[in-house]
Design a protein. Structure first.
Length: 149
């Protein structure tokens, strides 16, 4: 079976100071699934862990959340995410796309609540769900753009 042009397995990241939520797309680039929440240790260990996951899932691109202010201005957290995205690009030589992640954590909490997860369990998985929302939003927008081209 031939691969459709413009499809590739991608990794979505919700980058925080203490944790990184990780999601991956299916091979067709249609749906995003949660993988894990990486507890951050140090830059070297974080990159090693992400590199292992990139290889395990055969990802050809990364979509990193870009937490802008509601006004669209760059927040201090967005600066950190952008710097980490640049580091990922240098370390792995893969395309790294920044995706506006405003309100994804709020939406992730809503999804977990709707799924019946107690609020006490949200911390364990909210970053993964946010990573899914980031990656799914990027893929959906890419499909719409491709369809209109």
């Amino acid at each position: 079976m031939e691969e459709r042009p413009g499809t590739e397995r991608m990794m979505g990241l919700d980058i925080g100071d203490r944790r990184i939520g990780v999601a991956v797309s299916d091979e067709l680039g249609l749906t995003a699934q949660p993988v894990l929440t990486l507890v951050r240790k140090n830059r070297k260990q974080d990159l090693k862990s992400l590199g292992r996951l990139l290889r395990k899932y055969g990802c050809a691109a990364i979509v990193a959340g870009n937490p802008l202010y509601m006004s669209g201005d760059v927040s201090p957290q967005a600066e950190k995410a952008q710097a980490f995205a640049h580091l990922l690009r240098e370390e792995f030589g893969l395309p790294v796309y920044l995706w506006d992640e405003r309100l994804t954590t709020t939406e992730a909490h809503r999804h977990l609540q709707a799924a019946g997860r107690p609020a006490t369990e949200h911390r364990e998985v909210v970053d993964q769900v946010a990573a899914v929302l980031i990656l799914q939003g990027f893929m959906d927008a890419r499909r719409v753009q491709t369809a209109s081209d």
